[in-house]
Design a protein around this ligand. Structure first.
Ligand code: 13P
Ligand code: SF4
Length: 319
């Protein structure tokens, strides 16, 4: 306990000394969420992390999350130093969408507008027309469809298929998945619903279609938070990374949140729904990178202007 307190004090001091600010995702350890907020930083979804990092005047951003979040921050602010507690914190969607194969996929569909999810490498972003996150994907694809665009979507097939069902857009998909959300199970969720008949079900759209079909609200991490605050219920079953539980519980003290089941026997799989890469972020790593300047994100300057284009479009669309 004392060690944690000492690390937090050290981070507070270093943030001031280095003119740095913390940008944390909802899935990282609660310490990194709370400390970001206490020190003038932000805890949020990936869209607002990008906007906050771009707009903040600090010279250094400490991004607690996964690598694509740090790269997006660097693309938006090449002049800033972007530090991450662990540079190996990646994402199965990013890993599953290498640029060479993705480029060939785009070449095979030259008539389609390329829409990619934020969870991708800088090189994949540089091949895209539009970037989206789960909080704006539906609106952006709907607008593109209304303008007559046919869509090439990558990499998350569940999110892509959800958007296709909702918008009716003509879409072809890359076959990627999030290893965390892909594990939620509809059959077990139905049985948990029977145990808690008054609970509302909140689902992140990276989950399989049969899980989404059981949802009372579907959306990004920030949309899930909003639904928990606005829906008329006291109990919720939540199908997203369980890092989200911290904010859900602190903002809704009178409400009860259950984790959606991820496997046949959910009793033996209590914390399956936690991203192993998000879990690589910790107080010690933040203190260390602030002290040493290590783990700085580098993005090839040659691709930054092209990679920035789809991100700027998304940020302007959602402004
Ligand atoms: P959000 O954009 O909803 O924050 O999601 C990012 C992510 O990695 C989900 O798994
Ligand atoms: Fe990627 Fe899934 Fe982890 Fe989010 S939770 S960073 S989508 S692997």
């Amino acid at each position: 306990k004392d060690e944690r307190a000492a690390l937090k004090d050290k981070i507070r001091r270093l943030l001031k000394e280095k003119n740095a600010v913390m940008v944390s995702h909802y899935y990282v350890h609660p310490d990194l969420q709370d400390l970001a907020e206490e020190t003038g930083g932000i805890v949020s979804d990936s869209l607002e992390m990008a906007r906050f990092g771009r707009d903040h005047s600090a010279q250094t951003l400490v991004v607690s999350g996964v690598r694509f979040m740090g790269e997006t921050a660097k693309i938006l602010s090449p002049e800033k130093t972007i530090l991450m507690p662990d540079l190996d914190a990646t994402c199965s969607l990013d890993l599953g969408c290498p640029i060479e194969e993705f480029s060939a996929f785009c070449d095979a569909h030259p008539d389609r507008t390329v829409v990619v999810y934020a969870n991708t490498s800088a090189a994949v972003k540089a091949r895209a027309d539009w970037l989206v996150t789960s909080s704006c994907a539906l609106d952006i694809v709907r607008a593109l469809k209304d303008q007559g665009h046919k869509i090439l979507w990558a990499p998350d097939r569940h999110l892509g298929d959800y958007i296709r069902r909702e918008t009716g857009a003509d879409m072809v998909f890359w076959n990627g998945a999030c290893i965390v959300h892909d594990e939620f199970k509809a059959f077990e969720l139905e049985s948990l619903k029977k145990d808690h008949p008054n609970a509302k079900v909140l689902v992140h759209p990276e989950s399989p279609a049969d899980v989404i079909a059981l949802a009372d609200a579907v959306g990004s991490t920030s949309a899930i938070l909003k639904a928990a605050q606005t829906l008329d219920a006291r109990e919720f079953i939540v199908a997203t990374d369980n890092g989200m539980m911290h904010k859900l519980r602190t903002l809704n003290p009178g409400k009860v949140f259950y984790e959606a089941p991820t496997a046949g026997n959910s009793a033996t799989c209590k914390s399956c729904a936690h991203c192993p890469w998000m879990a690589m972020n910790g107080l010690a790593g933040v203190a260390q990178v602030l002290e040493t300047g290590g783990n700085a994100i580098h993005v090839d300057p040659a691709i930054i202007p092209r990679a920035r284009l789809p991100i700027d479009r998304m940020l302007a669309f959602t402004a």
